[in-house]
Every structure is written in C-alpha cells, then in structure tokens.
Design a protein around this ligand. Structure first.
Ligand SMILES: Nc1nc2c(ncn2[C@@H]2O[C@H](COP(=O)(O)OP(=O)(O)O)[C@@H](O)[C@H]2O)c(=O)[nH]1
Ligand SMILES: [Mg+2]
Length: 192
C-alpha cells in the first residue's frame, strides 16, 4: 500500500477536487491532461486548445477524483478564461516549457515570464500552485532545471504561498505522478 493510499484509506468516500491547468501556449498542458487520463506516453500531438476544455472524465488517483480544466494559453483567452478556470478550482497546475530559455530566445522567455507573473497576480494566496518545468525529455537542448527556474522566474516572491516546482515530461509521464501526489496532499490539507 502506498503512503498516499494509507493516508486516504481512512476515508472510504471518494474525495473530489477540481484542478485548473494553466500556462502559455504550446507548453504541454493538453499533453499533461492526456497523460493523466491514459497513463500512456502521448505520441500524437494534441490539437491547439481553443478556449476552455472542461474534461468530462475525472482522473482517479488514490481515492481522489480530479476534474481537469484545460485552458488555452493564447493571450486572447488569458484574462477571461484563466480567471474563470481558477474560480472553479481547488488548485492550479502551472506548466512552463523548460526549453524556453533566455539564452535561446529572450522574447519567448519574457513572454513566458509575463504569463507566469500574470497567473500569480490572479491566483489567491491560499490556492496551492504546482509549477511544472516541462519537456525535460528534450535533453539535447538542456531544458532549465527546477532549481534554475527559481531564479529565472523570480519564484522567491512566492514565499508564503503553498507551492512546489517540479521537473516533468508530460509526453512521457516523467515526474507527473510525484507532482500530482504533492497537489493532492495540499488539497487535502486545505480541505481539512
Ligand atoms: N518532448 C516533449 N514535447 C512535449 C511535452 N509536452 C508537450 N510537448 C509537445 O509540445 C507541443 C504542444 O503541446 P500541447 O499539449 O498541445 O501544449 P498546450 O498548448 O500547452 O496545451 C506538442 O507538440 C506536444 O507534443 C514534453 O513533455 N516533451
Ligand atoms: Mg492545449
């Protein structure tokens, strides 16, 4: 029995939570949802998400039923739909493309940082935020590490919030389980 199922086995009833997945366009949000839903590597490129995609089938993990809300990352959707998604959710997964680095393309990096700061400005301090530094499988381009992202994204300004930064590959599922367990733990704390 895993440590998590031990924690939750006391409560027979299934617990429910909504999670909103945010991030700039093309960072891997829909890939993450696909991986969570199937547990299989995502070999087909998802279509670009237009607007908001409230997934119909909840993801069940360790007695939890998680409903994912996948929001398009294009600027057009940011203000209205991100706020809507956040207001419906218990926690945020914020996905960053680890291959977007200031040394490669400073403009893309600044856009990525702006989008991150915008998210912080609209998420309440008490809402758990899981930051995934995604696309870690693309080792040939040396994606930024979770440690490097702390400085690059000024994550120290998040002190006082409930947050974590973890490396991931949404495509192959690397780091996804650890990440979701952390989030479930925080949601559980917040609800009890
Ligand atoms: N190599 C690699 N590619 C990824 C990963 N996650 C997403 N992608 C690719 O990045 C592109 C955009 O992914 P998508 O999930 O549609 O991004 P979204 O716009 O944030 O929903 C697609 O070509 C995905 O296959 C990953 O972890 N590793
Ligand atoms: Mg998408």
């Amino acid at each position: 029995m895993s440590w998590l199922s031990k924690i939750f086995s006391k409560k027979e009833i299934e617990q429910k939570a909504n999670i909103v997945i945010l991030g700039a366009s093309g960072v891997g949000k829909t890939t993450l949802v696909r991986y969570l839903e199937t547990g299989q590597p995502v070999t087909q490129d998802p279509r670009t998400t237009l607007g908001i995609d409230i997934r119909q089938n909840p993801i069940t993990i360790s007695g939890w039923s998680l409903s994912a809300i996948d929001v398009g990352g294009q600027e057009l959707y940011r203000e209205s739909l991100w706020s809507l998604g956040i207001s419906q959710s218990d926690a945020v997964i914020y996905v960053i493309d680890g291959t977007v680095k200031p040394t490669v393309d400073n403009t893309s990096f600044e856009v990525s940082k702006f989008s991150f700061d915008y998210m912080l400005s609209i998420v309440e301090d008490s809402t758990p935020i899981l930051i995934l530094i995604n696309k870690q499988d693309l080792t040939e381009v040396e994606p930024i590490t979770a440690e490097q992202s702390i400085e690059l994204y000024g994550i120290l300004k998040m002190v006082g919030r409930s947050f974590n930064i973890l490396p991931s590959s949404a495509k192959f599922g690397f780091g996804v389980e650890t990440a979701v367990y952390w989030l479930i733990d925080k949601i559980h704390e917040a609800k009890t």
